[in-house]
Design a protein. Structure first.
Length: 179
C-alpha cells in the first residue's frame, strides 16, 4: 500500500512540475538509442514505456525460423536494477525454463548501471545463436545438448513445431511459411 501511495504522490508531483523521475529519463534515453534490425521488433504495452515486448527472430542456428517474445518490465530503480525479462512462450532451451525465466548473466550478477536495454536484447540474441549448457535453467535440455547434440537439435525442432518433448507440450513458435 505504501508503494502505491508513494507512486501516486510521485506521479502527482511530476504532473505539477513536469519533471520526470530519473529512471524514466534513463529509460527514454535507452529506448531512443535502440537500433532494432530486421530480426528484432519492440512493441510497447503502455504509454509510459516501462513495459514492452521484444520479438526476436533468429537469423540462423537451430532456432532459425522461430519467433520468440520476451516481456520486459522496467522498475523505478532502473538502471540500478536490471529489467525483469520473461519469455512469453514455452520453449525448449537450456537457458530458458518452461515458465519463461531467462538465465542471462546481464540480468543477474553482471548487471550494472552502465548496461542498458540494448545490452539485454543483445544477450537474448546470443542465447539463441549459442545456447549455454554450462549455465542452465532447463537442466534436461542442457544435458541433452551436452550428451546428444543431434537429439537436442531434433527436440528443438519438435518443440518449435508445437510438439511434445519428454512429456512437455511446447508452443508452435514458427513464423508462418518457415520450416
Amino acid at each position: 500500500m505504501h508503494k502505491i501511495w508513494a507512486q501516486k504522490t510521485a506521479d502527482a508531483a511530476q504532473k505539477k512540475t513536469g519533471v520526470l523521475p530519473p529512471f524514466r529519463i534513463r529509460l527514454q534515453k535507452d529506448l531512443s538509442e535502440l537500433a532494432p534490425d530486421k530480426t528484432t521488433d519492440i512493441q510497447f504495452k503502455n504509454t509510459d514505456q516501462s513495459q514492452f515486448t521484444v520479438v526476436y527472430r533468429p537469423p540462423g542456428g537451430i532456432y532459425h525460423g522461430g519467433q520468440f517474445r520476451f516481456s520486459f518490465e522496467v522498475s523505478d530503480d532502473y538502471p540500478h536494477r536490471a529489467p525483469k525479462v520473461l519469455c512469453e512462450q514455452k520453449i525448449y532451451h537450456p537457458n530458458i525454463d518452461t515458465e519463461g525465466h531467462v538465465c542471462l548473466n546481464v540480468l543477474r550478477e553482471d548487471w550494472n548501471p552502465v548496461l542498458n536495454i540494448q545490452s539485454v536484447i543483445f544477450g537474448l540474441q546470443m542465447l539463441f545463436m549459442a545456447p549455454n549448457a554450462e549455465d542452465p535453467l532447463n537442466k534436461e535440455a542442457a544435458l541433452n545438448m551436452t550428451n546428444d547434440l543431434a537429439g537436442f537439435k531434433q527436440n528443438v525442432a519438435t518443440s518449435m513445431h508445437g510438439g511434445s518433448v519428454k512429456g512437455t507440450k511446447f508452443e508452435n513458435v514458427l513464423v508462418a511459411g518457415k520450416k
